[in-house]
Design a protein around this ligand. Structure first.
Ligand code: OGA
Ligand code: MN
Length: 198
């Protein structure tokens, strides 16, 4: 039997701690969800709670939070995908993943997100990071690569965010950055936590 996408991701996580999968959704699907990006996006902020600050010199993306318990119809596919992946990861590694949070993100032309870790010092409940790339076209000259580093600062991988692809990794292990985008870069990004969020 052919391996499911979830089996492939679980295997990658076991081997290297991250996984990049292309063609999760096709171009027709990407065109059909274009409207979801016409919401009132807000500039993303850096940090958590009291330390939250607006810092365009660190990240320039704009975000729109999605309620995973009540997602827009056209985004339900992603929520179901993540539920299945969560079950697969918990079964394989006893990761204790529970609720997840996610937002749509758009990086206007010229924006980036400097090197960072997805885990906060005071709160390590983010157990898994994921990103679906939702622009319907993307080429080398569009930039916006996701660069993954190891803890020594060596580049592990430079990923061109292909339309309809999926990236995920262990948040405590991989510093990463988003290079300057030369076309509007769109994604659904989030984290599965090891605690309940409600
Ligand atoms: C983030 C992030 C990476 C990407 O939002 O924390 O690192 O490729 N995103 O969009
Ligand atoms: Mn990140």
């Amino acid at each position: 039997m052919e391996k499911s996408i979830f089996d492939k991701i679980v295997q990658d996580i076991e081997l290297k701690g991250w996984s990049y999968q292309q063609n999760i959704v096709d171009n027709k699907f990407l065109m059909s969800i274009g409207d979801c990006f016409n919401q009132e996006f807000r500039p993303a902020r850096v940090g958590k709670n009291q330390t939250l600050q607006l810092q365009e010199s660190i990240r320039g993306d704009w975000i729109y939070w999605i309620d995973p318990l009540n997602p827009p119809d056209r985004l339900k596919f992603f929520v179901q995908f993540l539920q299945s992946l969560k079950h697969g990861l918990n079964e394989a590694f006893y990761m204790g993943l529970r609720d997840f949070e996610c937002h749509l993100a758009k990086y206007p032309i010229g924006s980036f997100y400097k090197k960072h870790l997805d885990r906060f010092e005071q709160d390590s409940s983010r157990g898994f990071s994921f990103i679906f790339y939702l622009h319907s076209e993307w080429n080398q000259e569009d930039g916006g690569e996701l660069v993954l580093y190891d803890k020594m600062g060596n580049i592990l991988e430079t990923i061109l965010p292909r339309p309809g692809s999926f990236m995920c990794f262990l948040p405590g292990e991989f510093p990463h950055e988003v290079k300057t985008a030369h076309r509007e870069r769109r994604s659904l990004t989030g984290w599965i936590h090891t605690k309940d969020l409600t």
